[in-house]
Design a protein around this ligand. Structure first.
Ligand code: CTP
Ligand code: CA
Length: 226
């Protein structure tokens, strides 16, 4: 029957997803992070399982419970996220929904940085983190058949998304406007635009679980004709 696992659209497929923020330590008590609830990435993992896939979810620190029936790997930093992603390839579909911190402190302190009484803050030297999406986009034979990134922007949404599509060699970028007035950050709804090499599709405002279901449905269709 149609509900047997073998007939689900992603049966036999491996889907690899990143979700949540990363935390980049400054010293033992402080970190740099992006804002991210992990709701969209975790919803994608659930939707992929429900479509019949074997799912690996590499998650930064979030307060959400682990989705059921998913192999969840918990990481803190971008470097650890990249290592977990690479060690879980190959994948048929990879969806990089994590809000990865762009920078980390060049040399993490082993002791808590103390105020020195001068009133002057410490100078933190930052260094750029590896780009996980771009790294696996350029992976050659280990590149997933379908590679999907996100782009959270506050301006020039489509231009920025197209630039990321090309630079990172993704197939699709799920672009969303995260200007504070949209209220998207941390909420349950998302208004996204699906940017591919063939055009831009505007989706209506939907619950993040419904955005996830539609992305997975579209991904399964795209994979079936690849
Ligand atoms: N991404 C990633 N690793 C990074 C940074 C970003 O995998 N170090 C992924 C995100 O998970 C997302 C996509 O790349 O799928 C776009 O992330 P974004 O932060 O919008 O792109 P950046 O290239 O970091 O550009 P920006 O300067 O706009 O932050
Ligand atoms: Ca970034």
């Amino acid at each position: 029957t149609a509900i047997e696992a073998g007939n689900l659209p992603l049966a036999g497929r491996h889907v690899l997803i990143t979700s949540g923020p990363t935390h980049e330590p400054i010293d033992p008590v402080r970190y740099i992070a992006n804002r991210s609830s992990g709701k969209q990435g975790h919803a994608l993992a659930k939707a992929a399982f429900e479509a019949g896939a074997r799912v690996t979810l590499v998650s930064g620190p979030v307060t959400l419970p682990d989705p059921a029936n998913v192999n969840v790997i918990h990481v803190e930093s971008a470097s650890a996220m990249l290592a977990a992603v690479e060690s879980n390839l190959p994948a048929d579909i990879a969806i990089m929904a994590a809000a990865v911190a762009d920078w980390r402190v060049a040399s993490e302190g082993t002791q808590k940085i103390k105020k020195d009484g001068s009133g002057r803050p410490p100078a933190l030297e930052l260094t750029e983190n590896p780009d996980i999406l771009a790294t696996i986009g350029h992976h050659g034979s280990l590149r997933p058949k379908l590679l999907i990134g996100f782009a959270a922007e506050t301006q020039n949404l489509i231009d920025n998304a197209r630039g990321k599509l090309e630079r990172k060699k993704a197939d699709w970028i799920v672009a969303n406007d995260v200007s504070p007035e949209t209220g998207i950050m941390g909420g349950d709804a998302n208004t996204v635009r699906l940017v591919s090499r063939t055009g831009v599709e505007d989706w209506p405002e939907l619950d993040k679980t419904e955005v996830a279901r539609r992305i997975i449905e579209r991904a399964a269709e795209a994979l079936a004709v690849k």
